[in-house]
Design a protein around this ligand. Structure first.
Ligand SMILES: N[C@@H](CCC(=O)N[C@@H](CS)C(=O)NCC(=O)O)C(=O)O
Length: 338
């Protein structure tokens, strides 16, 4: 059994997991000593007991095992001031937080939509995940277990929101994302300057999978191949030593991405919150996200808020970030723990 080096972090997860490669890329960029172990945490004895059963699991140098990439990234921020992922300007930091959250909680639906859509994707994606999960699988056993995985994931379609009607919306959102990023990211060029932010890593994680699965990869290559090159470089940015942008004005790319937050992501979070307030099935984790984003906006100083408001209004975010919280009429019914 492999032991983590003393005083270093250990990332346990699989290569086909967006959140796992996101966290691994952050540790590399931040020069935090770590080991990487490709394992399903729930089948790996030292981490099998961790709840919620999500990947990656990160073992911190003090031995604590943690999950949830955003929580892990913020814990690293508190422990290591160098090579922070949070833009120094609090307004840009708010935008970065909004974009990272959208990447984690909404772009992941695009990953699911494509991965369990066309037969070619179902086979490639499920066999990739299965191959990551176990050593020495023969071809027929790999195929059998991959098919079981697909059946399990098919059962989650409604939970994820992938229906006959929503497919066109997910593909259109993917194309909007790529059009927004095209030309706005490049060699040592990131969303908020020549150094990467937490938004870059969140988007990178989901794009790692989208740029590997056959159908979304073909779209990426036809619409925005240079975004793919950016994704490949983002796995290891340990040599990047850049700066935050000097201008307080966000780039056109960030503005376009905030439009997706305003017209798609925040309305989704709001609808989930309203459902929870009315006692309808809802995601507990997305209630937490809704509150966290609104509280990040509420804690801006009045001067920063004044700077942020015009763009937040124009992109459709403002109203949702500042409206009064709907009252809970009954106890919520949560469909998942995290
Ligand atoms: N919010 C979590 C999500 C992590 C997550 O959903 N990981 C996926 C793999 S990419 C997982 O473990 N899924 C297991 C499951 O849903 O049962 C994070 O940011 O780390």
């Amino acid at each position: 059994m492999m032991l983590a080096m003393r005083d270093s972090y250990q990332v346990i997860g699989v290569e086909s997991s967006p959140y796992t490669v996101k966290v691994r890329a952050v540790l590399r960029y931040r020069h935090l000593p770590h080991t990487w172990l490709c394992r399903f945490p729930q089948f790996y004895p030292p981490t099998a007991h961790v709840r919620p059963a999500l990947m990656p699991v990160v073992r911190f140098p003090d031995g604590e095992l943690r999950v949830d990439s955003t929580t892990i990234l913020f814990a690293l921020e508190a422990l290591h001031p160098e090579r922070s992922l949070i833009p120094a300007d609090p307004v840009l930091a708010l935008y970065a937080f909004l974009l990272e959250d959208m990447a984690d909680e909404y772009l992941t639906k695009l990953v699911y939509f494509f991965r369990f859509g066309a037969p070619v994707d179902r086979v490639f994606g499920s066999q990739w995940v299965t191959d990551d999960s176990s050593a020495d699988l023969g071809a027929s056993e790999l195929e059998r277990r991959a098919q079981e995985f697909v059946v399990r994931q098919d059962g989650r379609r409604t939970i994820v929101g992938v229906t006959a009607e929503s497919g066109a919306h997910f593909e259109a959102t993917y194309r909007r994302l790529l059009e927004a990023l095209n030309g706005g990211v490049g060699l040592d060029r990131f969303l908020f300057g020549s150094r990467p932010s937490l938004a870059d890593f969140g988007i990178f994680g989901q794009l790692h999978t989208l740029s590997s699965d056959p159908t979304p990869s073909a779209i990426l290559r036809s619409v925005a191949p240079r975004v793919e090159y950016w994704v490949r470089r983002a796995h290891d940015l340990s040599g990047v030593d850049g700066r935050w942008q000097s201008s307080p004005a966000p780039s056109a790319t960030v503005v376009s991405l905030l439009r997706i937050v305003g017209d798609t992501y925040l309305p989704f979070l709001r609808a989930n919150f309203v459902a929870s307030a009315q006692g309808a099935p809802a995601f507990r984790y997305h209630v937490k996200c809704w509150r966290a984003l609104r509280s990040a906006f509420a804690t801006l100083t009045p001067a920063d808020r004044e700077r942020a408001c015009p763009l937040l209004r124009e992109t459709g975010c403002l109203e949702l970030l500042e409206e009064p919280e709907p009252q809970m009429s009954t106890s919520p019914q949560f469909t998942r723990n995290l």
